[in-house]
Design a binder for this molecule. Structure first.
Ligand code: BGC
Ligand code: CA
Length: 417
């Protein structure tokens, strides 16, 4: 009898342990980054994901501030260098636009920012908008081609350059998605410019791209040789270097700040420390972020880095996008921050920004924060490719997640229940 009892006891204890282990995963830190849990059609934040537990945060950057900046950068360039820009002399400044992912809030914001600044914006009727009072009202839909200015998602704008008024026309735009479904696809953009230049030839005076991966594909394939101003976003090292060769500008979304915040919030959550340690307030090693680099929205648990324009005027300061920031690059000791294991996903192993800029920055900061990070890279199209590799969450102390689609947070959360 005693034996049976102790067996039962052992079983109960074991079950208890198993239960605790299971419950544990649901309580572990989860940092969403770069792809904000949200509805890809309406942009509405997924608060279930953002409040998965009290150790959950999002780290990204201010998409709207950056998008406005990108639009302004393009317009400033046109105003300053505009004479001679109208290549065929028809009085129309024609531009083409490379869209990254029609369901990604960063991509949507940049399309809107470009159209708003260039005067081509129309109200987003799909969202019930009847006028363009601000950037959020702009229709971000791709137009395909627009030879005669009759597309409905954009209108012809106007710009004054050197005392002369030009029409501004979006000649073409499309989502750069490859045949198997990967978005922000640079190769697709390189092909698109081949088709667009065949159709429009010297009607194309400007290229605007939602990111540098696509922008650089267009630049190398076509605009560099044809001397057509091309603008991107991200300030990847290759794009910044290309400014010396005529790439006109890009936006830094401060990947150093974002990568640091991604791992720093994880570290604090793992240590049960105040979330602002090493962020607003210096940590034991002296790491701290100044207020001009980021802000935090407590209600939605989102950290946002701020953006800066990178042009011919200042690009020399941005040549190495992978260098750690000297102001927050101090090593914590093993006593201050014992090594922990982190599972981290990257939605697409082929995404230029994430792989050429963000991951190297994560690699910098994982060292000083004593985090042992396992990088899991997806194919850019199937969420299951990533979630299937989250089969053993028990082995990790925390998770940093970059989803394929911003709608899909739940498919990670079930793995942690
Ligand atoms: C970047 C893009 C990148 C995308 C991936 C954006 O913030 O600017 O270059 O492809 O994130 O999610
Ligand atoms: Ca023209």
């Amino acid at each position: 009898m005693k034996k049976i009892l102790s067996l039962v006891m052992a079983a109960v204890m074991l079950l208890g342990i198993v239960n605790i282990a299971l419950a544990d995963n649901a309580g572990k830190p989860v940092i969403w980054y770069n792809r904000q849990p949200s509805n890809s059609t309406t942009g509405e934040l997924d608060m279930d994901a953002l409040t998965f537990n009290d150790k959950t945060y999002y780290v990204g950057f201010d998409a709207v501030q950056g998008a406005v900046l990108q639009g302004e950068m393009v317009v400033n360039y046109l105003k300053a260098n505009g004479e001679g820009l109208d290549r065929n002399g028809d009085g129309i400044i024609g531009y083409v636009l490379c869209i990254g992912d029609v369901g990604h809030n960063d991509s949507i914001a940049r399309t809107r920012g470009a159209r708003l600044a260039l005067g081509t914006a129309m109200p987003d009727v799909g969202q019930g908008k009847t006028e363009v009072a601000g950037i959020g009202d702009v229709d971000p839909s791709p137009i395909g081609t627009n030879t005669d200015g009759s597309a409905t998602a954009v209108k012809d704008g106007e710009i004054e350059i050197g005392g002369k008024t030009y029409i501004v026309r979006e000649l073409a735009s499309q989502e750069m998605k490859n045949s198997v479904g990967a978005t922000w696809d640079a190769a697709t953009a390189g092909n698109a410019i081949g088709i667009w230049s065949g159709t429009f030839g010297d009607q194309i005076d400007v290229v605007v791209s939602n990111n540098d991966g696509m922008g650089m594909a267009v630049f190398t394939a076509w605009s560099k040789d044809n001397k057509v101003p091309t603008f991107g976003y991200d300030a990847n090292s290759d794009a910044v270097a290309a400014i010396a060769d005529g790439y006109c500008g890009t936006i830094s979304q401060n990947a150093d700040v974002q990568a640091y915040l991604t791992l720093r919030t994880l570290r604090n959550a793992l240590d049960d420390a105040d979330i602002m340690v090493g962020i607003k307030n210096p940590d034991a090693a002296g790491n701290v972020l100044s207020d001009d680099l980021y802000y935090y929205d407590e209600a939605t648990r989102c950290f946002y880095a701020l953006n800066g324009a990178v042009t011919a005027d200042n690009y020399e300061l941005f040549m190495d996008a992978t260098a750690p920031n000297a102001k927050f690059n101090f090593q914590l000791t093993e006593e201050q921050a014992p090594t922990k294991k982190v599972w981290l996903s990257v939605y697409n192993a082929a995404d230029n920004f994430l792989n050429a800029t963000y991951v190297p920055q994560l690699e910098n900061y994982q060292k000083i924060l004593n985090l042992d990070v396992e990088y899991v890279k997806g194919d850019g199209q199937t969420e299951g490719n990533l979630t299937d590799r989250l089969g053993n969450p028990d082995e990790y102390d925390g998770f940093a997640i970059n989803m394929v689609k911003t709608d899909n947070a739940a498919s990670y959360m079930v793995k942690l229940q």
